[in-house]
Design a protein around this ligand. Structure first.
Ligand code: ZN
Length: 474
């Protein structure tokens, strides 16, 4: 890409909050509901004369996100506003959102400055098929968090890094399931390019339903804008969509300015004076924040000396983190054993799931995995045997000891039995033993191999080596 133009990117990320009920009524917030319009009532259908009430749980989620990101909770008060626009999926003719007084201002994540985090309601879901347009209002009024960053991102990699890290934070807090492909988390990017310090014309790109789409769409849009400017074309302030099939952005509509929405304070809802609400002060919320991904990375590094790659793999999903934590606990925090366990976790077990699919750790118990690592460490298993057992554990569950016995993979610790095998092998291959004594040391490997073969893999090669050398060098 040309270096004379600098791209500038700001992100707007929406996340559906994990609450029991909708934002302003007592309908269930049921994202997995398949029956259309099963969770609607006069309030979320905007019948005249109905009144909204604020969902306390939703406010709490946004405040916790704000505190976790180092943001400041509204000190004076926060309020909801009406954002007016007409669309079939918005029955009121306006959306209740927040404009001038958001719940949270400021903060930082992955090196990106955050402008604000506010709370609003989701729209209904429209579908257009066979010339028919249908609207499902189950999603209408579901609590939606919107986070806006400052326009301070200048490269595509940071877009992906920020969005992935935010997903981890939302999940760590239990604020949202944040699956992009389900629309539980939605990324929009405002992109402009410029040759100097003044910002260029801003274009908004929507419909980014995976991290990869977000990165590709931003890359495409930067290149499109630079090419247009080079040709002397004018850019418009517009909203563009991302089309997965063509890997291109396309114009959806010219962008409205905020004046077009006629924002004004929602007269049916009270202002929220957070410092007067028990549990909603900055200090009270701070006490509820669990360990965040950044802190977890640091702890894994300090306590277990894990590599950066291993840490990123483990903290990527809640399932992996939980599995690792339980394994570490079963290994009594032993750094050496945990290091071995981590190697098997990020290479062999990860490789097994990559190849065979299926839900991670569905069959395998953390305690059994820890047991396998202990068996390996105490010489009861060869590393080959451990890998084979691990694959069977991932496939069928079961105990590593049972699998090892069933498949004859246990290495015997009985030195007397192993010494008998060594004697027998030396007798059978007396000529080879003679070669070793006359200086051809490379034949030792052959003799160890023969011992392993006679023991049907149950002997420990290190013990065989020791016993062989004991006899051959005396
Ligand atoms: Zn309702």
């Amino acid at each position: 890409m040309e270096t004379e133009y600098t791209p500038t990117i700001g992100l707007e990320i929406h996340a559906e909050l994990a609450t029991k009920t909708k934002m302003f009524c007592s309908c269930a917030n049921a994202p997995d509901e398949t029956r259309p319009n099963a969770h609607v009532c006069p309030i979320c259908m905007a019948h005249p004369g109905t009144l909204p009430t604020i969902n306390r749980e939703a406010v709490k989620h946004v405040l916790r996100v704000g505190v976790a990101l180092g943001g400041k909770l509204a000190t004076d008060y926060s309020e909801f506003d009406r954002k007016s626009y007409f669309y079939p999926d918005i029955p009121k003719g306006y959306q209740i959102s927040q404009y001038e007084y958001p719940l949270v201002s400021g903060g930082e994540l992955a090196g990106v400055e955050i402008t604000r985090v506010h709370l609003e309601e989701d729209t209904a879901r429209s579908s257009h098929t066979n010339g028919e347009s249908l609207v499902d209002f189950n999603r209408a009024g579901v609590p939606l968090m919107e986070l806006v960053t400052e326009p301070v991102i200048h490269d595509v990699a940071t877009v992906g890094r920020f969005a992935r890290e935010l997903q981890r934070v939302l999940r760590a807090l239990g604020a949202s399931k944040a699956n992009l492909e389900k629309g539980e988390m939605r990324v929009e990017a405002n992109i402009s390019v410029s040759k100097d310090d003044t910002l260029g014309t801003k274009v908004e790109v929507k419909n980014l339903n995976s991290f990869r789409s977000a990165e590709r769409a931003v890359s495409f849009e930067i290149a499109r804008q630079i090419e247009a400017l080079k040709k002397g074309e004018k850019l418009f302030q517009e909203t563009r969509g991302w089309e997965e099939s063509t890997q291109k952005t396309f114009q959806q509509r010219l962008k409205e300015g905020s004046a077009d929405y006629r924002y004004f304070p929602e007269p049916d809802l009270p202002k929220l004076v957070l410092k007067e609400i028990k549990d909603f002060t900055q200090e009270a919320v701070a006490l509820t924040i669990p360990e965040l991904p950044a802190q977890r990375r640091e702890r894994y590094k300090q306590a277990y000396q894990l590599s950066d790659d291993a840490i990123e793999y483990i903290i990527d999903t809640a399932d992996r983190s939980a599995f690792f934590e339980n394994v570490a606990k079963s290994l009594d925090g032993d750094v050496g054993l945990i290091s071995t366990a981590t190697n098997y976790l990020v290479s062999d077990l990860a490789g097994w799931y990559a190849k065979n699919g299926g839900k991670e750790y569905e069959n395998i118990q953390p305690a059994s995995f820890a047991k396998l690592i202990r068996m390996l460490d105490s010489g009861n298993l060869s590393s080959r045997g451990a890998k084979d057992i691990l694959a069977l554990m991932a496939e069928k569950g079961s105990n590593p000891e049972d699998i090892a016995k069933e498949h004859g993979l246990l290495q015997t610790q009985d030195r007397e039995a192993l010494a008998q095998i060594v004697s027998a092998v030396l007798e059978e291959h007396a000529g080879v033993a003679e070669e070793f004594r006359s200086g051809k040391e490379s034949v030792l490997q052959f003799l160890i191999g023969q011992c392993m073969k006679v023991s049907k893999g149950s002997g420990n090669p290190a013990v065989f080596k020791e016993l062989l050398l004991g006899i051959l060098t005396h």
